[in-house]
Design a protein around this ligand. Sequence first.
Ligand SMILES: NC(=O)c1ccc[n+]([C@@H]2O[C@H](COP(=O)([O-])OP(=O)(O)OC[C@H]3O[C@@H](n4cnc5c(N)ncnc54)[C@H](O)[C@@H]3O)[C@@H](O)[C@H]2O)c1
Length: 350
Amino acid sequence: MKKNILIFGGAGFIGSNYIRKVINKNFFVVNIDALTYASSNKNINDLNKFRNYKFIRSNIIDSVSIRKILRLYKPLYIINFAAETHVDRSIDNPMPFVRTNVFGVSHLINEIKNYWINLGLNLKNKFKFIQISTDEVYGSIDKGSANERSKYITSSPYSASKAAADEIIMAFYKTYKFPIIITRCSNNYGPYQFPEKLIPLMIINSIQEKDLPVYGKGNQIRDWIYVEDHVDAIYEILKFGKIGEIYNIGGENQLTNISVVKKICTILDKRKPRKNNKSYLSLIKYVKDRPAHDQRYSVNINKIRKEVKWKPKINFNHGIEKTVDWYLANKSWWKSILKNSYSGERLGKL
Ligand SMILES: NC(=O)c1ccc[n+]([C@@H]2O[C@H](COP(=O)([O-])OP(=O)(O)OC[C@H]3O[C@@H](n4cnc5c(N)ncnc54)[C@H](O)[C@@H]3O)[C@@H](O)[C@H]2O)c1
């Protein structure tokens, strides 16, 4: 018999990639998403053909609706990807971040806890809730790497709201023994990422021969993980992760932002040479830095390697080529976003 799994935020970038991974496994997948600006039916249209898939439009803050969905589908597993996710937008307006990432998650977990408490013993003992958090909660890491016991030193309203959610979820574990796992992953890239984020923005602007705005000197360091590696890690954590634990997830590809942008330019120089014979590198423009921009993220992934036996498989050179090719092959996907919801403008400048 198929196990019911609820995915919140499954119409976004990582959530839709996760559903594509599990749809052929032994699950009945219910995808619940508010369909904010960051999501699109186009991210999930291909899933409608599966008989073990159901989409419901709803908001994690809507307790009544969540309660009904829980009663109807009686899930064994729940994964929450739903969040406001763009740091620059959190600078422009922190309140949607507090509303969804703090209040929304609190309402969601409270409803799920109430559902779980009333389950029969058999289901109750097998139930798991996974919260998808971020390595940004550790803040900027000058030296070494953050492990799961490192302190929160958040800089943006986004990372602060994610850290608040982590604390609430951990409190539910400690207080009610509610069976949670928290994952903290580094920067993702790959198919279906909304064009406001660094990598898709640089690919799409290059293809359109627009400026490539690089914040500050572009020397900020991020650890990049291909989205398929991230969703694999979540899949393995669902099977082998221990209740009450936090797991860092990373790609072990630490790069400066400017080297990422240059890499994209050199791939496009080969894939789609410009008519004026110039390199895409000539489109790079250094612009005013983001306020409170974290200099370096770095996660220690020893725990997931040891306890879950997961490690990243896709190196950056391979993953970024696949990503550039996806955006070249899926122009209608991003062109409709540029037309309808985000046209590439600078956000979060103050
Ligand atoms: N993208 C990254 O690099 C990265 C890295 C680490 C962790 N994360 C975390 O992974 C999760 C998914 O990130 P993503 O990049 O796929 O984000 P995304 O912005 O692409 O998708 C978020 C999804 O959540 C939905 N959503 C937003 N508010 C909602 C609400 N109130 N109720 C229901 N649905 C709502 C949106 O409609 C969208 O489909 C987030 O929790 C994020 O913090 C992302």
